[in-house]
Design a binder for this molecule. Structure first.
Ligand code: MRU
Length: 346
C-alpha cells in the first residue's frame, strides 16, 4: 500500500527546536510555532495548538528531549527526570500516548547508568529514542490502515468523529487513514464528518484532510448523527482513541459514546482504530481513566464570540468512555481484536 505523506505536518524537529503547526488556526492559516524549550511544547499541548493522542505523544517526547537539553548545573538526575516527566505527562491527562512516549525516553535514559552526567550525550540518546518511537508510530499506522480497510464492506457509507488523520497522528492517521485508503480502493461511497463541538476538530481539520486526500465528504453537526445513521443508511462508524483500558473500555473525544450507543441500536459496527501506544494495560477498566475537564469558555465562546449568557453554567469534559461491549472491534497494528478484550499482554 502506498499512502501519500501529509502535506500538513503537525510538527517537525529542526536545529534543536520543535516546530508545531498551530491547528487552532486551521483551515484558514498555516503557521508553525517555534518551540525552543520544553515549556513551549507543554503550552502548545495544553492550549491544543497540537492535539490528537499519537501526535501529542510524540510532541511530548520532544518536550522531554528539550527538558534534558535545558538541564543546568548539578542536580539529582533521577529526581530531575521524574519531575520533568510528570510535568509533561500532566499537560493532557487522558491521552495515554503522552505517558507512553515520555516514559519510554525516561527508561532509556535511566538504562544508560553511569553516563548520567554527560548531558550532551543524554540529549542525543533521548533524541534518538523519540525518533525511534516516531518511526514505530509510522509503521503502526500503516498496519492499522491495512487491517481497517479489510473490515470495510464495498459500497459503504461511513461516519467519523473528531480528527484522526495525519494532523492527529503525525502520519497517515488511524480511523481517517482507513477511510481515505478505503475510499481510494473504491469501497466507500459516502463519508459523514461530525463537526465535533466544542473544538470543531471535525469541521476544521477532518474536512481539510479529506480535501487534501481528494475524498468527498458531508459535514454534519453532532446532533444530526442519529438522523444520518438512520436515514442515510450509514454502514459503520470508525473513530480513534485516547486511552484504551485492559478490558477494551475506550476514552475518546466527547460524543464518541453517543455514537457507540447509536450503532448498537441500529445494529451497525462501531470500530475503534488506535496504535498499541494508546493501550494502558495497567488499568483494568475505563473507570480508572481520568477524564480531562477543560475550561467552560471553550464551550461558551466560538471564535471569541459568546454564544450564551455570561452566567451560563457549563461543564466541559474533553472525552467520554465507551464500554468495551459496545465496540465491534479495536483495530491496532498488532491485529484486530474483538469483545471480550484482554490487552494484558499487548
Ligand atoms: O482533544 P483532542 O483533539 O486531542 O482529541 C482527539 C481525539 O479524541 C482523537 O479522536 C484521538 O486522539 C485519536 S487521534 C488518532
Amino acid at each position: 500500500m502506498k499512502l501519500k505523506k501529509s502535506i500538513l505536518l503537525p510538527f517537525y524537529w529542526r536545529n534543536s527546536c520543535l516546530y508545531i503547526l498551530d491547528q487552532k488556526k486551521l483551515p484558514f492559516e498555516k503557521k508553525y510555532i517555534r518551540c525552543t524549550s520544553y515549556r513551549d511544547v507543554i503550552r502548545c499541548i495544553i492550549d491544543m495548538n497540537i492535539r490528537g493522542a499519537p501526535a501529542i505523544g510524540i510532541a511530548a517526547g520532544y518536550a522531554f528531549v528539550l527538558a534534558i537539553k535545558e538541564a543546568k548545573g548539578s542536580f539529582n538526575f533521577y529526581k530531575f527526570l521524574k519531575e520533568k516527566a510528570e510535568e509533561i505527562i500532566s499537560s493532557r491527562p487522558t491521552a495515554y500516548n503522552i505517558f507512553y512516549c515520555v516514559n519510554r525516553i525516561k527508561e532509556k535514559i535511566l538504562s544508560l547508568g553511569n553516563k548520567k552526567n554527560n548531558k550532551e550525550f543524554l540529549f542525543k540518546e533521548a533524541l534518538k529514542e523519540v525518533k525511534i518511537i516516531e518511526e514505530e508510530n509510522r509503521n503502526a499506522l500503516l498496519k492499522i490502515v491495512n487491517y481497517g480497510v479489510a473490515l470495510i464492506k464495498n459500497n459503504s457509507s461511513v461516519l467519523t468523529h473528531c480528527n484522526t488523520g495525519p494532523l492527529a497522528c503525525g502520519d497517515v492517521g488511524t480511523a481517517l487513514g482507513i477511510i481515505i485508503e478505503a475510499y481510494h480502493r473504491g469501497k466507500i461511497k459516502n463519508v459523514y464528518v461530525d463537526e465535533t463541538r466544542p473544538y470543531l476538530q471535525g469541521a476544521r481539520l477532518t474536512t481539510l484532510e479529506l480535501e487534501v486526500a481528494k475524498v468527498p465528504y458531508v459535514l454534519i453537526t453532532d446532533n444530526m448523527a442519529a438522523f444520518v445513521i438512520k436515514e442515510k443508511k450509514v454502514s459503520c462508524v470508525i473513530i480513534g482513541a485516547d486511552r484504551i483500558a485492559r478490558n477494551g473500555d475506550t476514552a475518546n473525544k466527547i460524543g464518541s459514546y453517543n455514537l457507540a450507543v447509536l450503532c448498537k441500536y441500529h445494529k451497525i459496527p462501531f470500530y475503534i482504530a488506535a496504535p498499541s501506544s494508546s493501550i494502558d494495560n495497567s488499568i483494568p477498566s475505563g473507570r480508572y481513566i481520568k477524564i480531562e475537564m477543560r475550561p467552560a469558555d471553550e464551550v461558551k465562546y466560538i471564535n471569541n464570540q459568546p454564544i450564551t449568557t455570561k452566567n451560563a453554567k457549563v461543564i466541559h469534559p474533553a472525552f467520554d468512555i465507551t464500554d468495551a461491549k459496545l465496540i465491534t472491534a479495536i483495530i491496532t497494528e498488532k491485529g484486530v481484536f474483538r469483545y471480550p478484550y484482554n490487552f494484558a499482554k499487548i
